[in-house]
Design a protein around this ligand. Structure first.
Ligand code: UFG
Length: 324
């Protein structure tokens, strides 16, 4: 396949490019480098552009004639989305609309998009299956849900083929360490615990210790970024082979608490991680764990890497960054 990857210079996007190239596919990266890294573009030609620039994106489709698109380019901070919803509706909803219009006009048939478990909001029960009614509680989740609505409507009107992969918490990095999780600012738990272990920050704040969970801290389903990358390739292959349009959860179906992550990092780093108990962060559900049965069935996919390999790979990446 020849695939255009939007956001291919970012964290999950660059891992998808690597997996596509390793599987023998051709990759074209389209990214505005607002949060991505030019040095993460290593597996194919690079088009520098914003997804909202439909003329530029159409020109890229016309030049390379991809068989399909994997769309990662998005704004993805829950807290920022509450403070600046316009950015999220512009980039995620407006940007996706621009891509869909370009696909319609250039005859590109299929797209796999980066979805999120944030579409479920505060689910009543876990594990969460796709049958759980979406009810996002922040503009980020709402923008990703609206993307799915646009995909469905473009499919009806223009025979576009689509899948939205609703991931739980992406973690880890390529074992080779040439790409990894580099956000500015970094708000995610695992990188911040590693920063605390490396002395880059003084301590990790634990947001909430009174949740109804076994140790009082929030539980999340962390999934290795390479497992996510593999699922995107499967999804696109499936669509191009005539598979159905749908949204699918991607997770390991196992939860880990904030304290378990801190403990896991301390074991890998061989040192104590300084922690501070803090108030709950607003908008955090107590437990988010995937039911990924549908992805298993439709994509013949399941997560291969466990939490310890996610932490190990992430640690190698961050420790090398610090040494660099
Ligand atoms: N946490 C801390 N301290 C920190 C950072 C996080 O205790 O310094 C806690 C959070 O409160 C949460 C857990 O660690 O309970 C995980 O937090 P992250 O910020 O790493 O991830 P989120 O679960 O908030 O967000 C992720 C993705 C979003 C996605 C969301 C779905 O980053 O894009 O999952 O819930 F929308």
């Amino acid at each position: 396949m020849r695939i255009c990857v939007t956001g291919g210079a970012g964290y999950i996007g660059s891992h998808a490019c690597k997996a596509l190239a390793e599987a023998g596919h051709e990759v074209i990266v389209y990214d505005n480098l607002s949060t991505g890294h030019r040095r993460f573009v290593r597996w194919g030609p690079f088009c520098h552009g914003d997804i909202r620039d439909t003329v530029r994106f159409r020109a890229c489709l016309r030049e390379f004639r991809p068989d399909g698109i994997i769309h990662f380019a998005a704004s993805a901070y829950v807290g920022e989305s509450v403070m600046d919803p316009g950015k999220y509706f512009s980039n995620n909803v407006g940007g996706t609309l621009s891509i869909l219009e370009a696909m319609r006009d250039e005859g590109c048939p299929a797209i796999v998009v980066s979805g999120t478990c944030a579409v479920y909001g505060q689910p009543g029960a876990v594990p969460i299956a796709e049958t759980c009614p979406p009810n996002p509680i922040n503009p980020y989740g709402a923008s990703k849900l609206f993307m799915e609505r646009m995909l469905a409507d473009f499919a009806t009107a223009h025979s576009l083929r689509w899948m939205s992969l609703r991931y739980f918490n992406a973690a880890g990095s390529s074992a080779q360490g040439e790409i990894g999780e580099l956000h500015e600012p970094e708000t995610h738990l695992i990188p911040r615990v590693m920063f605390a272990a490396l002395g880059i920050i003084d301590a990790i704040d634990i947001f909430g210790t009174d949740y109804p969970t076994p140790d009082g801290t929030c539980v999340r389903d962390y999934i290795h970024v390479e497992d996510l990358a593999r699922a995107h390739i499967r999804a696109l292959e499936r669509l191009l082979a005539g598979g159905e349009n749908m949204a699918l959860n991607l997770g390991t179906e196992r939860g880990a608490s904030v304290r378990e992550i801190i403990q896991g990092v301390a074991e890998i780093a061989g040192r104590m991680v300084p922690c501070r108990d803090r108030e709950r962060r607003s908008g955090d559900p107590a437990i988010l764990v995937a039911d990924a049965a549908r992805a298993r069935e439709v994509l013949d996919w399941s997560a291969q890497k466990n939490l310890s390999s996610m932490l190990q790979d992430a640690w190698s990446f961050f420790a090398a960054q610090k040494g660099a």
